[in-house]
Design a protein around this ligand. Sequence first.
Ligand code: NAI
Length: 448
Amino acid sequence: MIYDLAIIGGGPAGYTAAELAGKNGLKTILFEKNNLGGICLNEGCIPTKTLLYSAKVYQTAKDATKYAISCENVTFDLPKIIARKTKIVRKLTAGIRAKMNEAGVETVMGEAGVQVQGTECKVQEIACNGQIYCASKLLLCTGSETIIPPIPGLKETDFWTSREALENKGVPESLLIIGGGVIGIEFASFFNTLGTQVIVVEMLDEILPGMDKELSALLRNELTKKGIEFHLSTKVVSVDNRQIEIEKAGEKNILEVSKILLSVGRKPVLTGFGLETLNPELFRNGLKVNEYMQTSHADVYACGDITGFSLLAHTAVREAEVAVGHILGKNEKMSYKAIPGVIYTNPEIASVGKTEEVLQTENVSYTVKQLPMAYSGRFVAENEQGNGVCKILEGEDGTILGVHILGNPASEIIVIAGIAIEKGLKAEELKAMIFPHPTVGEIIKEAL
Ligand code: NAI
């Protein structure tokens, strides 16, 4: 039998594509070597958000008196927090399995490898669990993996990546996080809430590269107030078990902690599944794709982290929709204009469109409309202490170019701005929309 579509990798890109293809009548087969749901569902987005939500509830209970509620002897149980996380992951994974069945997708659990084309199938040929599968089109969604930098002594040290941090059942007394990016800052927020002394070492001059720098600095200040220590423009020179040698502007120092978490980025997975037999073109550190998500081989598509472009689950989902749409004869192109970025710290930070830093590099004129979140009545009602900011960047013709929000629930509001940016709305057009009152989202209308 020849499948219409074979997909390698069952993460957000792979399972979205499989469901869509199956529901649209394509004979689809999906290969997954670990767990359906990929890193996002099993070791990334969902488990971290589960842990962060427990931390938020704990913090809210500790702060309850600010809202005239008494809550005494508030404690937490980390093994139970981890067990809840595992339960939620299992539930969602089962949901994906059910979706695959409903869509008529054949799911094969095993390590799949692309074979030299035409040997047996005359079309795309995939081997898995000792069997050969033939497919007219192939979609590669193998995701990404943690970067382990060549820091002297690191290999010999028992450090955590996000994977181990998510399974840990004890609260470390102190934790040094190498890399102040998304993963580093979310875990910093989590362990800080549980009482760990957290130190973040970031080689750039601000945390969260790619986010609005002013808001990143504001978030860093909020986290500093909560007790997190930041070392910016600082390199980790070497690691000797629990001793970490750092260097800033030529000055060296030794820090001693009980645990190290490494979060210096992720890289596309390009090996271990026979990619060399296809020998596709690469771009930067990922697979090169066109606007329909086709690689340099027209019958081979790639979506998600494997392209090394966005490394976000929601981008992967849209890429999968575009790829399957193309296979089905639609000619929708992938747009990267309005991809929201969210850091699920407490408070959250969310961003969509361009930052001031990018606009300045591109020599684009813009004006800034900025308001404290306290201009939203709902925000004030629900945040006794929280500071926050909503910043909107507007082009000369009134088009909304970027929106950046610090304050809860930024993650839920940002999509309003994303739609406006994707659709090229002018500030006046968005302002004319009716926002429900009272909501925190009204801050966008207020700022405009
Ligand atoms: P990242 O690229 O976000 O941040 C890595 C940070 O490490 C950067 O700030 C970089 O300057 C710094 N760094 C690199 N080498 C260093 C060194 N030797 N010493 C000190 N600092 C160093 O990568 P991260 O946090 O590992 O996340 C990986 C990917 O996972 C990201 O691309 C992100 O998009 C995705 N992710 C997204 C989440 C979300 O959307 N909320 C949550 C978690 C991960």
